[in-house]
Design a protein around this ligand. Structure first.
Ligand code: MN
Length: 746
């Protein structure tokens, strides 16, 4: 046999042995014995990673096996998680896809592997970037299946255990990240043993000297500490035995990292860390109902012997910590005059303290279904993430991720992860997902709250795009998008849209003229254009197609009536302008002087108005208005309640003229409506339905902000007059949840 063959055989044997250890551990657990699928997952992963080695030189498959073993033995999860752990790097590192995994192992395992693949780089990796709140949201979304986080935790733990073979620069980065994100997260999830190990490993790579010094001092003081402990424990052990307790008592030295933390925060040397170790009493308690009583019995045994520190009793038996930790802590004066902390736990409480909620597995009763049992546990963790306990050491406080990133990560309602450039809006996301979503997008829900299309997204946001069939791309949207894709799609659509509308307008005009037996020629077209003050044929057709110009009697009048010679019209305009320049105070000759004593009729003949609308208050036909006569005898129309009009009234009384609208249905005016109400599912849809379907009103824009269950929004519409606005507001107010709907007073 060649040496290499020998090595190969040894390696094969090593892999088989490691897998067998994993399997044996699983078989010794309380889980159902689903060995077959685990063996298949192992074979699949082994084949997929075949020939690949880790930096350390060992076959890659040993890593997934080790991760699966942590998942099984140290976290306590079952076959689904073990399989997902075995397969966790397959999609990321090999040619197999999530679909392949699903075909072989079903949806559940595939979706966990998918989740792990998605967070392999982005979220916890090089581009990690999120503020604490975003990070929490991110976790919330991920905790759809918390197993993703738990397996990720196991993956990181194994990487930390084998960090020695990495490049020093990588070591530093991974260690820092571990201390920053993973250890606090482990704490939050109640995985105390893992948390402590992660901290110590990270600390070892970040501060090797301090780590070794503390480690050495612990070893040096071991003997004297043992001596003190023995003296302390003796009378307690005797008494508990006498009372018939089945228990274990031991001294647990604090972790190196937490000793260092204490030295740093209190500025004290190692020798002055008084609570270097704690004494732990773990008792067997077959009947869970007796747990609390027995804790207090032991408590009283200890306090009968030693003097109690009055302020350091912690009862986490009656009121467990949010992460599930249960124990009774007390501090007493030891025989050598030093304070000693004693932690009293039942075996089950100890298991939970070490392994978090996963420990509940071991204690499940009856033959309850595996998944539902698991679901309950997963839900508990989810609750913790959703309702952080203010007093608990909050990992969110410790997370201050750098904001160096130029990318953000958001989720679809289905949990798909989408990467977008920083400052991307909800509209960008809509276009990223699908052009159709972009074109018909009316609003979005970010973390279940309604937001306008312009809403900037943040990492961790869960975003749902709301669409409406009647929605079409808008010119203004160009200002709302940052991604190149959204921009180019939007521009193309706007061009295409305009062509379509022009074609529609052309057909309408043709039909209108035919039904009136009028022939369209160049002369007629010029006549119409000049009458309406338009430059190009396409502009006219666009306005017709877009229903800005209605083909009615007024148009007929223009066509049949005598119109101004376009050349003359041009002359007059330029003459008027030059006249104005040379003699600024003189009115234009063709502009009749307005009789201030008469009511001025506001006319609008197909877009040619005999007045100007004031920018400040944008009145529309039906509004109570007044006119202000400018130097050139132009009437500017203000709403009566407009503050500018008030000022004009007081200063320029003689220039004011009373006005009246001439009834006209031909043209549309922009109006803005303000809506307020209580946010609820589907309310936006109802609002848009009322606006566009029921009343056939042209909606130009909708912007809604929801905050703490209340929403505020504005709707921009095109209407003929105030009656339409009033009737719309009435309808809107009838929608359940809408509390206010009124035209904006601007
Ligand atoms: Mn891995």
């Amino acid at each position: 046999m060649e040496p290499s063959d020998q090595a190969y055989t040894n390696e094969e044997q090593l892999i088989e042995d490691k897998f067998q250890e994993l399997l044996n551990g699983y078989l010794n657990s309380n889980h159902r014995k689903k060995v077959e699928i685990i063996e298949r997952a192992f074979k699949f992963a082994k084949e997929a990673h075949k020939g690949i080695r880790r930096r350390s030189g060992e076959p890659y498959i040993l890593h997934p096996i080790a991760v699966a073993r942590i998942v099984s033995q140290e976290i306590g999860l079952g076959s689904t998680s073990i399989c997902a752990a075995l397969l966790h790097d397959v999609v990321e590192d090999t040619e197999y896809t999530v679909e392949d995994i699903e075909n072989h192992f079903g949806k559940k395992i595939a979706s966990i592997v998918d989740g792990l693949t998605k967070i392999s780089g982005g979220i916890f990796g090089d581009q990690a970037s999120a503020q604490a709140e975003n990070f929490r949201r991110l976790l919330l979304t991920m905790s759809e299946d918390i197993r993703v986080i738990l397996i990720k935790m196991a993956d990181r733990l194994h990487n930390m255990r084998t960090l020695g073979s990495m490049l020093p620069s990588k070591q530093y980065k991974i260690a820092g990240e571990t201390l920053y994100i993973y250890a606090p997260l482990a704490h939050r999830l109640g995985l105390f043993a893992i948390k402590t190990e992660l901290e110590d490993l990270a600390f070892k790579y970040e501060h090797p000297e301090a780590y070794n010094q503390i480690k050495q001092k612990i070893a040096e003081t071991e003997e004297s500490r043992q001596q003190i402990y023995n003296n302390f424990a003796k009378p307690i052990v005797a008494k508990l035995k006498e009372l018939g307790f089945d228990f274990e008592m031991k001294a647990r030295v604090k972790s190196i990292y937490s000793i260092w933390n204490k030295m740093e925060s209190k500025h004290i040397p190692f020798e002055e860390v008084y609570d270097l170790y704690a004494v732990r009493i773990i008792f067997k308690c077959p009947n869970e109902a007796d747990e609390k009583k027995e804790c207090w019995t032991i408590y009283s045994v200890i306090t009968d012997i030693y003097k109690l520190h009055p302020e350091r009793t912690r009862d986490w038996v009656s009121r467990p910590k949010a992460n599930g930790y249960k124990a009774l802590h007390l501090t007493v004066m030891g025989p050598d005059g030093n304070w000693i902390e004693v932690q009293i736990r039942s075996e089950k409480m100890d298991e939970i303290a070490e392994r978090g909620f996963a420990a509940h597995w071991k204690y499940k009763v009856g033959n309850s279904d595996e998944e539902s049992e698991l679901d309950i546990w997963l839900k508990t963790i989810k609750d913790i993430l959703e309702h952080p306990e203010p007093n608990a050491i909050d990992f969110l406080d410790t997370i201050k991720l750098n904001l160096f990133s130029t990318e953000i990560f958001v989720f679809t309602p289905k949990g798909d992860l989408i990467t977008l450039p920083k400052d991307a809006t909800a509209l960008d996301l809509a276009f990223t997902l699908h052009s159709d979503l972009g074109f018909h997008c009316i609003a979005a829900k970010v973390n279940h709250r309604l937001v306008p299309l312009s809403q900037k997204l943040h990492s961790g946001d869960q975003v749902e795009i709301l669409t409406s069939k009647s929605q079409t791309p808008k010119e203004e949207w160009l200002n709302l998008v940052t991604t190149a894709k959204a921009r180019s799609r939007l521009l193309a659509a706007l061009r295409k849209d305009r062509r379509k509308i022009i074609a529609k307008g052309e057909a309408q005009l043709k039909e209108f003229l035919e039904s009136n037996h009028i022939e369209l020629n160049n002369e007629l077209m010029t006549k119409i254009l000049s009458n309406l003050g338009l430059q190009h044929r396409d502009d006219l057709l666009f306005k017709i197609g877009n229903e800005e110009i209605t083909l009615n009697e007024n148009i007929k009048k223009i066509i049949k009536g005598k119109s101004l010679n376009p050349f003359m019209r041009y002359l007059k305009l330029s003459f008027g302008n030059s006249n104005k320049n040379e003699q600024p105070k003189a009115p234009a000759p063709q502009q009749p002087t307005i009789d201030r004593k008469q009511t001025y009729i506001l006319r609008d003949e197909n877009g040619v108005k005999n007045y100007k609308v004031a920018d400040c208050c944008c009145p529309i036909p039906g509004d109570d208005v007044l006119g202000y006569v400018e130097d050139d005898e132009t009437v500017v129309v203000h709403k009566r309640e407009c503050p500018v009009a008030m000022r004009l009234k007081s200063s320029f009384g003689p220039r004011l003229v009373s006005t009246r609208w001439e009834a006209s249905e031909a043209l549309s005016f922009p109006a803005k409506i303000e809506i307020q109400g209580i946010d609820r599912m589907g309310i936006l849809n109802e609002i848009t339905r009322v606006i566009s379907n029921e009343l056939m009103i042209d909606m130009r824009g909708l912007s809604i902000q929801a905050n703490e269950g209340v929403f505020n929004g504005t709707v921009n519409i095109m209407v003929h007059d105030t009656r339409v606005v009033e009737s719309l507001c009435n309808k809107l107010r009838k929608i359940k949840g809408v509390q206010k709907a009124a035209r904006c007073k601007e």
